[in-house]
Ligand binder design. Structure first.
Ligand SMILES: [Zn+2]
Length: 372
């Protein structure tokens, strides 16, 4: 069978198309993605007071004025792209480049494509990752779920002194020490055929210091429906799950697939994330490691979708996510202060940063338009 990425269905969007859009076409596209109804520019939802109405549109400044709170707003107000300095078309091009790289894109590559500095490109890529992270689907998994953990940032490089080299060649001993930055990325992957609504695999990732039983139990309790089939390896951390779930484990010292039992969906996520982490980014700070893992999960879950679909998906997410302090003035020192260890990655402030109210209103409105 032909690989999906070789088929014409996988490429429905060209960079050329994006750069040929006029300023107004870009504006209309973004307006339609954020509030729907791209033909009527007046029909918007005020980001300050969240009331949908026909606002005044000041076309010379491309700004709206709310009839209720009288405040002005722009297409990127209260989104992840707030205070952007790049042209809107460059933001769209960045999303296109981002979805075209199935194993992730480095900030250096992005900076060369767009002709911007490394710092700008880094923050832009991180904003896209943040939008994916904040809008990830955390509804419970069911059916067949494969689970595994993988280590990142673990290898300690040995000191390479000239005097010691001969000795090192002779000995070839000394198992490399583990770094204090070592972390474990835990992934829960649901097989596509178990979910009629989604019809694609779904991955939820978490990070911890080790693959420990408490985190795995807490994650399963929260994200996996009781009675599901869990496929894992022989790690004792999964042993306590068998009260609520059917646990099938495979001994990796014997085989990776023993009599049809395997956790290969999780292993294949690990492989993709390993490619992204080691091959493209080379390293990542533990504060943002989960964002990279979530990007790999997104690309892995949506690998059967065309780049046009992915583009629309990511643009929508970017326009729904509220701005974050850590990406406004990042290079001036507004950094994230804590790592997202264990279940803290699913705390309310990590998942409620989106504009769900706006989204629901938009969907209701679109249905009304369709019905009329
Ligand atoms: Zn308002």
């Amino acid at each position: 069978m032909q690989h999906f990425l070789l088929s014409p269905q996988s490429r429905t969007l060209k960079l050329k198309t994006i750069y040929r859009l006029s300023e107004w076409e870009v504006f209309r596209l973004m307006k339609g993605t954020r509030w729907g109804n791209p033909d009527n520019l007046n029909d918007v939802c005020c980001p300050h007071c969240n009331i949908r109405h026909h606002a005044y549109f000041l076309s010379s400044r491309k700004r709206w004025k709310c009839k209720h709170c009288s405040r002005h707003f722009y297409i990127t107000t209260n989104t992840i792209f707030v205070f952007h300095k790049l042209e809107l078309v460059d933001l769209l091009a960045a999303i296109t480049l981002f979805v075209n790289e199935v194993k992730g894109i480095s900030a250096i590559t992005m900076s060369r494509h767009l002709g911007v500095s490394y710092k700008t490109a880094y923050v832009l890529c991180q904003k896209l990752r943040e939008a994916l992270f904040k809008t990830r689907n955390l509804s419970p998994l069911q059916g067949e779920i494969h689970q595994d953990g993988m280590w990142i940032n673990f290898r300690q490089r040995k000191a390479n002194f000239h005097n010691n080299r001969a000795k090192q060649r002779e000995k070839k001993t000394g198992y490399p020490k583990f770094r204090p930055t070592k972390r474990c990325i835990i992934s829960l992957v649901q097989r596509a055929s178990n979910d009629e609504l989604q019809s694609s695999n779904r991955t939820i990732v978490a990070m911890d210091y080790t693959e420990n039983a408490d985190t795995i139990f807490a994650m399963n309790k929260r994200f996996v429906k009781q009675g599901s089939d869990i496929f894992c390896d022989e790690n004792p951390a999964y042993k306590q799950l068998d009260f609520h779930y059917n646990v099938w484990s495979v001994n990796h010292q014997e085989a990776y697939n023993y009599q049809g039992i395997n956790n290969n969906l999780a292993e294949s996520f690990n492989a993709r994330f390993r490619d992204l982490h080691r091959g493209v980014h080379h390293k990542c700070d533990n504060k943002y490691a989960l964002h990279y893992a979530n990007q790999a999960a997104f690309m892995s879950d949506n690998r059967q979708k065309s780049n046009g679909e992915l583009f629309n998906d990511i643009l929508k997410r970017c326009l729904w996510v509220l701005p974050l302090r850590e990406w406004v003035g990042y290079w001036q020192g507004n950094h994230r202060t804590q790592e997202l260890i264990g279940i803290t990655a699913f705390s309310p402030e990590e998942i409620s940063q989106t504009y769900f109210k706006n989204l629901n209103e938009m969907m209701k409105y679109e249905q009304e338009l369709l019905a009329a």
